[in-house]
Design a binder for this molecule. Structure first.
Ligand SMILES: Cc1ncc(COP(=O)(O)O)c(C=O)c1O
Length: 430
């Protein structure tokens, strides 16, 4: 347990309201301001450093209060299911520290992720090593650190684990129907149901300890009934396991829960209304149920602000009103916006600063807008963030902001072309 941050974030005296940043020992400073005010504060502090080299750098605002709100939603709507945050979605140190202090478990995919969580003081029992194909040395590391819960979906992995960590508590990851999800993970992982008897027999012959079943309906799940279907598949595997002499005690319903920002498909509330009762119907109370939500906790908690570093005007006639514009901003597809490529995200630019005006939240519906294509800063033409977005005419030096940028963004950013990853400034709006 790391109580300080929980106490801190729930304690209205920390950080104090106002424009000052308060620092906890070993923590990054955290504002206690609305996102809008944090951004304004950051921008004005930039403008005081007029000749500072990095004053136009793109930056994130990470709202720890929003992460906490999402956790509250989870606890209210799925009280039986213990969340294990999928670190891969956003391994931000302050987010992890907050979630550790809230007593969450963690889904780790690699040695480095396990290390990062153990370094926070989290007990190894609160970690599931949820990667069905693991590097041998990582299994050895898990064994040394007593991180016993780990997933598998094939016989080869069982032989490997038998050699390296025979006492591991194995979780059989089965294939779920992910056809209704934006990112289909079943192409790579998940044992088809017809392979399950063979896997159970192999584990029995090797005297390995399988403790339960996991599945993942795919990231960005658009259909709540995919969860119900997967729960029924898991029930079937539990029953098969009984026949092989296993006594399963763990169901892991994986990830796939949308963030708070969804505009189409399903919502967390709808999933909870289907998943919670399905779990209760098919699994008695003594079965422990966990989940591996990633996106759900962090998507809506991060906003990125980018500076317009250049503009090109495209004139197809002499009529300035029919002009379109190409803008270049200083974070892109090779940086935080890699989510467009890898996570199929659609991002939306909003005007933050235009001239001397701070425009956070303004719609610009009543003003002329132009078809605007926004590119990232690298030399690659694939580095295009949005095409033909309706934006007012912007100048070099103006700012755009992009909301819901907390999941699968900074964590997969590269420094291609020498562009640094965007820094995070923290606030707590809880
Ligand atoms: C094994 C596993 N668990 C959990 C997650 C998190 O998924 P999501 O962010 O959709 O909740 C992923 C995402 O790829 C995953 O591969």
């Amino acid at each position: 347990m790391i109580p300080e941050l929980e106490t801190a974030i729930l304690n209205p005296t920390w950080p104090t309201a106002g424009l000052t940043k308060e620092t906890q020992p070993h923590d990054a400073p955290v504002y206690h301001l609305a996102i809008k005010d944090v951004i304004q504060q950051e921008l004005s502090s930039h403008s005081h450093q007029k000749w500072e080299m990095d004053q136009e750098n793109a930056f994130f605002v990470g709202d720890l209060g929003e992460v906490l709100r999402q956790h509250r939603r989870w606890s209210q709507l799925l009280p039986r299911i213990e969340p294990h945050f999928a670190v891969k979605a956003n391994p931000d140190p302050m987010v992890l520290k907050l979630l550790a202090s809230l007593n969450l478990g963690f889904d780790c995919a690699s040695k480095a992720e396990i290390q990062q969580i153990l370094d926070l003081g989290v007990e190894p029992q609160r970690i599931i090593y949820a990667n069905p194909c693991k590097q041998s040395s990582f299994i050895r590391y898990a064994s040394q650190q007593n991180v016993a819960k780990m997933t598998f979906d094939n016989a080869e992995e069982l032989y490997k684990i038998k050699q390296l960590y025979p006492e591991a508590e194995l979780v059989l990851r089965i294939l779920a129907d992910d056809s209704k999800s934006v990112c289909q993970l079943g192409l790579k992982f998940g044992a088809p149901l017809d392979t399950v008897p063979h896997l159970l027999k192999t584990a029995k012959d090797l005297d390995l300890n399988i403790v339960g079943v996991s599945f993942h309906v795919g990231s960005g799940c658009l259909d709540e009934y995919a969860f119900e279907d997967a729960v029924m598949r898991a029930r079937h595997v539990f029953d098969q396991a009984d026949a092989f002499g296993f006594h399963f005690s763990l169901l892991d319903v994986g990830g796939g829960f949308p963030g708070a920002d969804v505009t189409h498909g399903t919502t967390f509330d709808k999933i909870a209304a289907v998943l919670g009762p399905a779990v209760d119907r098919h699994f008695p109370a003594h079965i422990r149920v966990i989940a591996e939500p990633g996106r759900f906790y962090v998507a809506s908690a991060f906003t990125v602000c980018t500076n317009v570093i250049g503009r090109r005007t495209i004139l197809t006639s002499d009529d300035q009103q029919s002009a379109s514009y190409m803008y270049y901003v200083n974070d892109g597809m090779y940086g935080s916006f890699n989510c467009i490529m890898f996570d199929h995200q659609q991002v939306q630019p909003r005007v933050l600063v235009k001239g001397n005006d701070f425009c956070f939240g303004r719609s610009f519906q009543d003003q002329p807008v132009f078809a605007s294509t926004v590119f990232g800063p690298t030399c690659d033409s694939i580095d295009c963030l949005v095409k033909e977005a309706p934006l007012p005419l912007l100048e070099e030096g103006d700012w755009l902001y992009w909301e819901n940028m907390g999941a699968y963004t900074i964590c997969a950013a590269s420094q291609f072309n020498g562009f640094k990853k965007s820094n995070v400034v923290y606030t707590n709006t809880f």
